[in-house]
Design a protein around this ligand. Structure first.
Ligand code: ATP
Ligand code: MG
Length: 244
């Protein structure tokens, strides 16, 4: 579904992403792991078009998306959860989801009061709210949610956006162990429904438990890739995580 070929992006002397290549298979959960600053978020930003690569290629469903803008990759069906929270605090959770599902946002802003959403989209929002366990606080202002509730609402937002491919940047960073478990179950459920997911995560247990394939970055380079089982015992990975 997605193929990254020799992707490179430097920031001055920092080799954030350095000749990085890997593939993502449809219907699977692929995890991108690596120490702090190893280039994970930069890879996401290159795929989605937030950043431009110095060189290399990205193919999505066989289409070259290397030089596309965020809007173009989004229209092709790439949806993402950001590492930093991005909900509109003064809007309710439901309104945040409406903003994501309705491509024509201007229509929403102009008619905030009395805004009518298509029945089909309303049903989709309710279905995803249920799936992500946020039904109880759909009408709360986003700024009044707990950290964990915000994270769930943001996952829901990434899901309601029409998409073929989902990128999640640290969905469980800072969340409590019970919610961590709930989100891991959610990811497995999503996979069963046919979602293709690229996941960035620091929590090794979480990652190895949910993913089909793991790609390990260190200083912008892919130092290993394989099944969770292969990664767990790979000496290069152990050194990157535990070394010096
Ligand atoms: N916009 C930028 N300008 C300058 N340097 C940047 C920029 N974005 C990232 N970097 C640098 O590139 C390197 C990779 O950063 P990146 O955010 O991709 O790492 P990461 O693997 O996501 O880290 P973390 O696990 O902490 O989220 C780091 O050294 C970072 O400081
Ligand atoms: Mg990051």
């Amino acid at each position: 579904m997605l193929e990254i070929k020799n992707l490179k992006r430097y920031f001055g002397g920092v080799k954030a992403v350095d000749d990085c290549s890997f593939k993502i298979e449809k219907g699977k959960i692929t995890a991108l792991i690596g120490p702090n600053g190893s280039g994970k978020t930069t890879v996401f930003n290159l795929i989605s078009g937030i950043l431009k690569e110095d060189s290399g290629k990205t193919l999505f469903d066989g289409i070259e998306i290397t030089h596309m803008t965020v809007e173009e990759t989004s229209n092709l069906g790439i949806s993402r959860l950001f590492q930093q929270p991005r909900l509109f605090g003064n809007l309710s959770v439901r309104e945040n989801l409406i903003m994501a599902i309705d491509e024509d946002n201007t229509r929403f802003w102009k008619n905030l009061i009395g805004y009518k959403l298509d029945r089909e989209k309303g049903d989709k929002i309710n279905e995803i709210a249920k799936l992500t366990s946020i039904t109880a606080f759909m009408d709360k202002q986003a700024k009044n949610l707990s950290f964990g509730q915000k994270r769930l609402a943001e996952i829901a937002r990434a899901l309601v956006k029409p998409h073929k491919f989902l990128m999640l940047d640290e969905p469980v960073a800072g969340v409590t162990p019970p919610l961590r478990k709930e989100i891991s179950e959610l990811l497995l459920k999503l996979k069963k429904q046919g979602e293709t997911i690229l996941l960035i995560e620091h929590d090794m247990n979480f990652t190895l438990n949910v993913s089909d394939k793991v790609v390990v970055l260190d200083s912008g380079k892919v130092i290993a890739q394989g099944s969770p089982k292969q990664i767990k015992t790979n000496p290069k990975v152990l050194e990157a995580y535990l070394g010096d």
